[in-house]
Design a protein around this ligand. Sequence first.
Ligand code: HEM
Length: 455
Amino acid sequence: MIPTSDRLSRWTPAIFVCALVNFGFGLALSVSGFAWPLAPASAPASLAMVHTLTIGWLTLLMFGALFQFVPVITARALPSQIWPLATLIGVESGLVSMIGGFLALGRGGAAALLLPAGGGLVTLAVLLGAGALLVPLIAKRPAPLSARFVLAGLGFLLLTVLLGLAFAVALTVPALGPALGPGLAVLLGDGLGDHVLAGIGGWFTLTAIGVSYELLPMFMLAPHDRGALGVAVLVSGAGGFFVAFGAGLGGIISPGGGVWLAEQIGRLAIVLALGLYLLDVARLYRSRRRQQIELHNRAAIGAFVALGLAVLLALGAVAFGHLTALAPTLVLLLLLGWLSGLGVTQLYKIVAFLAWLSRYGSQLGRHPVPRVQDLVNEPGSRGVFALYFASVAIAALAAMLGWPEVTRAALALTLLAVALLAREYLRAWRAHYARAAKPAPDRPLPIPPPQGARR
Ligand code: HEM
């Protein structure tokens, strides 16, 4: 059993702050016109932007959340709080180096070596982070459903960064000498789809599903046990991503009808898993015992809609042979609509919950304390979530229609929504709304600083 004082993962708030700064920076690269949609998706600045979002924002966000929740779902502590700190430092410094390397690509010179160097650092950092999570995850028997999603997700994270590292070496091979060249060059040509599948699908989506299976029932008071449907999502999802990824790589080494068929079977299993997951989420909302759905879970419906639309768009694109043309729209819908959408909505509650835990956790039962809901201003935040999802929808539609200036303008609104949400998180963390509320005479609201903060 973990004591109350240890329930707050020490570095999670700092990880969330860095992740949000990276999110803002990634969007700013797009809005400034430096990266896609005004530049081609494969331009160096676009690759820098994509990795700022995938590594700097989403990967850090996932780790911050997992360092907090894995000890809760396994009832076992992380081996040490140094590992999350090392993960944060490694990912941030590796990302900065990768961005420098991407921007140096095509200009020649040794600066491009920053790309594999940064990729190597990111790989080491995620190995450390994954190692810290594996200790409690493996020790817990039997592993809960959400923990099994996280285990599968971490496996795909490793595959993603290793493949990315191989690309980085292939791109900078002239600087390293011809010995490594030919094999990696083939991988670079044909392996991009597998890198994206493993990263956005295997790592982010499986992990997000696992975390949502913890958070949604917890805050909506819905049945936690997802039964056969939850297991079907896991088996079909993890199996589908694994088969599609393996067949994709196998096809590069030795193309043939067998691997093509395996890849299609893997893709079908993924579609089935995502369809079943969305059905299960609808079942979860319907079976909740909390009558009034809190704002973060009402807004999260936007993320589930984005996931459903992305699946339909992918099916249509494959059927009509437009997958390459629609790839940027799909990536936008998945990264900003589904994953970041779920991220910003759940952060709204997670930050308030962590602030409550750090300020009032140790006083519970000894003094009257505010509720977690008292730390946020739901009526004031409704419009911000609407702005976020509406701007992402417009950006996706404009990307599909080939209107880059409209996409860029819509992304500027997304950036504004993220800035406004960041202000709300900060206010929740500082108990701004609980301080502003007039305490009832019989229910004073003590506002101590967070544990560990200087008085
Ligand atoms: C969570 C981890 C990662 C995710 C989700 C991810 C995602 C992506 C995505 C979506 C693209 C396509 C971008 C586009 O076409 O505009 C891409 C390309 C690329 N990634 Fe990653 N990436 C990750 C980690 C890494 C790492 C650690 C490296 C190592 C340096 C790396 C190197 C590359 C390279 C070199 C490309 C371009 C490949 C090409 O031009 O064919 N990635 N990545």
